[in-house]
Design a binder for this molecule. Structure first.
Ligand code: GLU
Length: 445
């Protein structure tokens, strides 16, 4: 790391104790910057790195609600409005018991560069709550969402900050959040949230976009190696929105999805994952993978070990941060792994990433490979602003074009800055340069 960047990182470390994921995300980006700051000294003189080390605004609030037994529950709500140089803050809301300020800051930080890479004029933000939706009734989820929005509404708007979904926040939650926003402000401001229902401003292909986008990206990685998905063995961790639609696209491209996972274990299906059943269990019943395994003769649930113990040619980690460790990477490499594309945000630990690079595995970081979700959210904003509605094919074609564009931009930038084939360097530098130019041109704010 350049000495000046190192000093800033030391300050970030001192200022943000107890936030390891945030520090991990910052260190990963700062570690790529040497060739950029040498070539562009204005980045230092305009204080870009110092300013990126600190979110523009961090909002913390109490979310009180009453559960079905009449007991008062109190959760903590967050919205980190990290950077608005390129456009309104944009990024999802995560409802999960592991959520704390450090997690939201790491996600908001990543979002800045991811959103920049899409080329679509969106700033970076993230939010959420430590609310655990699992086991909660529909009524409880609705009341929680209404209480959450009763505070959040004053901070967001179509030109200010546009939240969407993430872990624990899907179409149902976006519906409850939008309803409460509309009720409070007394206006039907369609563009305030993305991931909406298709009858009230949602975009076709938004639900599929993160998973499809990650697979388009992996297809380009394979293409660069002279390979395709045809007949290839693919492991996808997770079984939520990203994993389900990544699997769908892998099948469409002729690949074989052998396994998916959730927090109870993983399921291996000798006939390939049955998507209709997976969607029934996860999207309709909101159940566990044991239920999938019990209804399918070719499948078994494995509760010990890790999904990454399975030999795979392509790995798509689509569950959560730091789910793929250094030892998991070693076993994947030993089994002939060729390509990794992160569908989740920062699912591979730094040790895993180092092992992949060392072994010559093609590795795409989440901020590039999973940008399809937020990119399609920006397409939803475009449709809302023009009160139009694109077809599925039109939207998917734009998504594909954007993902191929990000892939090529990463490679071209990596090459230009002396690390050919390194998608991490390419994504960090290409993502940063656009934000940095905007920050420099807009003055010290
Ligand atoms: N939560 C998604 C992400 O990590 C999507 C955000 C959005 O659509 O605003 O990029």
């Amino acid at each position: 790391m350049h000495r000046h960047v190192e000093e800033i990182f030391a300050l970030v470390t001192r200022r943000n104790p107890g936030e390891p994921e945030f520090l991990q995300a910052v260190e990963e980006v700062f570690g790529s910057l040497d060739p950029v700051v040498e070539r562009h000294p204005w980045i230092f003189t305009s204080g870009v790195i110092e300013r990126l080390a600190e979110p523009e605004r961090q909002i913390l609030f109490r979310v009180p609600w009453v559960d079905d037994s009449g007991t008062v529950q109190v959760n903590r709500g967050f919205r980190v409005e990290y950077n608005s140089a390129l456009g309104p803050y944009k990024g999802g809301l995560r409802f999960h018991p592991s959520v704390n300020l450090g997690i939201i800051k790491f996600l908001g930080f990543e979002q800045i560069f991811k959103n920049s890479l899409t080329g679509l004029g969106i700033g970076g933000g993230k939010g959420g709550s430590d609310f655990d939706p699992r086991g909660r009734s529909e009524g409880e989820v609705m009341r929680f969402c209404q209480s959450f929005m009763t505070e959040l509404y004053r901070h967001i708007g179509p030109s200010t900050d546009v939240p969407a979904g993430d872990i624990g926040v899907g179409g149902r939650e976006i519906g409850f959040l939008f309803g409460q926003y509309r009720r409070i402000v007394g206006r039907h401001e369609t563009g305030v949230l993305t991931g909406k229902g298709l009858d009230w401003g949602g975009s076709l292909a938004r639900k599929e976009a993160t998973g499809y986008g990650a697979v388009f990206f992996a297809r380009e990685q394979l293409r660069r190696l002279g390979l395709t998905f045809e007949g290839r063995r693919v492991t996808i961790s997770g079984s939520g929105n990203v994993a389900i639609y990544a699997a769908e696209k892998v099948f469409q491209l002729g690949g074989f999805v052998q396994a998916v996972s959730d927090s109870s274990g993983y399921v291996v299906d000798d006939d390939g994952i049955d998507l209709a059943l997976l969607r029934q269990v996860k999207e309709v019943e909101r159940g566990r993978l044991a239920s999938y395994a019990s209804r399918r003769a070719s499948a078994r649930l494995v509760t010990g070990g890790s999904i990454w113990d399975l030999p795979a040619s392509v790995a798509l980690p689509c569950a959560t941060q730091n789910e793929l460790s250094g030892s998991a990477a070693a076993s994947l490499i030993g089994s002939g792994l060729r390509v990794v594309a992160e569908g989740a945000n920062m699912p591979c630990t730094p040790e895993a990433v180092a092992a992949f690079l060392e072994a010559g595995v093609s590795f795409a970081p989440g901020k590039a490979a999973n940008a399809g979700g937020v990119a399609t959210s920006a397409l939803e904003m475009q449709q809302n602003a023009s009160r139009s509605c694109w077809t599925f094919a039109q939207t998917e074609a734009r998504l594909e074009e954007i993902m191929v564009g990000i892939h090529d931009q990463c490679l071209a930038t990596a090459e230009e800055y002396g690390s050919p084939g390194n998608y991490i360097v390419g994504a960090n530098i290409a993502g940063l340069l656009k934000v940095a130019r905007a920050m420099a041109e807009q003055g010290i704010v």
